[in-house]
Design a protein around this ligand. Structure first.
Ligand code: FAD
Length: 325
């Protein structure tokens, strides 16, 4: 799939209208969602993802590959995800690209059996370790946080230092999680957290989420962690650069991470400044849930979906009826 240019997604609707439309996105026809999703998703299979990763690499941008899908309901499906990741690692190496993948516990069967999920993660780790690669344990909704951190700790205790974990500033617990993990100097992707959580366990106000994110970053930098700064928010990028400077961090001790199709001008600027940037490259046939999360998150994109629906509806009204022969 080819991503349309960034400008395509600018909205001519007022922001409040877009925010209202964001609530209607789940009602959009699937093919309209597919059209808009092309921006955020490399394609249906590994070959598409490798093509995107090669294109990024040519522009000095790294990538991490993610096979779309979550919450599998049977063990064979979970095994297939693990096979897919091992294959991705092999093919990245064969293509001369850095072997770096992002995995989700629920896609690897954590909701069926955490132990079996752990065995699949170990298989992927073994493949990555054999070629000097990195595996990133993504963080899903709050029901999975304890299990994911426990699995991370187990694998680190077994010596898997090439495993990274995601922590979500949105959750009240994350400052404490960061403090508890700090002695391990964990490799952390720090993000706001995309899953909607209840106000009982998560900040709702963006200023509070940003304050939590900056506090967590401070502790991770002090702990000597390699930090992946996963944000598209200018205010957090500025805050991170200030903190990195204060801690005297060398460019090799951190990286910026963004999602495919989002803030491409920010990526270009960071790369031009000589910083490491990694783009999250999702692929696979199970794109719908991922696309919906991206669209719900961005009211501007919701406005674009709404326009696409309206354009199609108007097109249908004005198109002359086809005559049957
Ligand atoms: P925002 O304030 O949401 O965004 C800042 C600006 O970026 C917006 O104003 C807009 O201009 C632009 N922007 C943001 N999103 C979009 C979009 N969809 N379309 C167009 N423009 C957009 N979350 C998890 O819960 N678990 C994970 O494992 C996880 N992994 C991630 C991996 C990477 C590499 C990244 C970058 C994010 C990941 N996230 C993950 C998502 C993250 O938690 C946030 O939901 C997401 O990054 C938006 O927050 P932000 O910091 O970019 O700030």
């Amino acid at each position: 799939m080819v991503s349309p240019p960034l400008a395509t997604y600018g909205s001519c609707m007022p922001p409040r209208t877009d925010a209202l439309l964001a609530r209607l996105v789940p009602l959009a026809p699937r093919r309209v969602v597919a059209g808009v999703a092309a921006r955020y998703i490399a394609g249906d299979d590994l070959l598409d993802a490798l093509a995107v990763a090669r294109g990024l690499d040519a522009r000095g941008i790294r990538s991490t590959l993610d096979i779309l899908g979550e919450a599998v309901t049977d063990e064979r499906e979970a095994d297939a995800f693990a096979d897919g990741y091992v294959d991705a690692i092999d093919r990245l190496v064969a293509a001369g690209l850095e072997p770096h993948v992002s995995i989700k516990p629920t896609a690897l069967g954590s909701e069926l059996d955490w132990d079996a999920c752990g065995r699949r993660v170990r298989r992927i780790m073994a493949a990555a370790t054999a070629v000097g690669g990195t595996v990133n344990l993504d963080m899903e909704d709050a029901a999975t946080t304890d299990g994911t951190i426990a699995l991370y700790r187990e694998l680190r205790a077994e010596g898997h230092d090439n495993l990274a974990i995601v922590l979500q500033a949105r959750l009240h617990r994350t400052r404490a999680d960061v403090a508890a993990l700090a002695p391990l100097a964990p490799h952390v992707r720090l993000c706001k957290g995309i899953y909607p959580e209840s106000a009982a366990i998560a900040y709702v106000d963006d200023a509070e989420i940003r304050a939590s994110w900056l506090d967590c970053l401070e502790v991770l930098l002090a702990a000597g962690s390699y930090v992946a700064i996963a944000t598209h928010a200018d205010v957090l990028v500025r805050g991170a650069l200030e903190a990195l400077g204060r801690h005297g961090r060398e460019p090799s001790s951190y990286e910026f991470q963004t999602l495919l199709g989002v803030r491409e001008e920010l990526v270009a600027r960071l790369v031009a400044e000589g910083r490491t940037v990694r783009v999250y490259v999702p692929y696979g046939p199970q794109w719908y849930d991922y696309a919906m999360r991206r669209m719900r998150e961005s009211p501007q994109v919701a406005g674009h979906v709404a326009r696409a629906v309206v354009t199609r509806a108007v097109g249908r009204v004005h198109r002359p009826a086809r005559r049957s022969s």
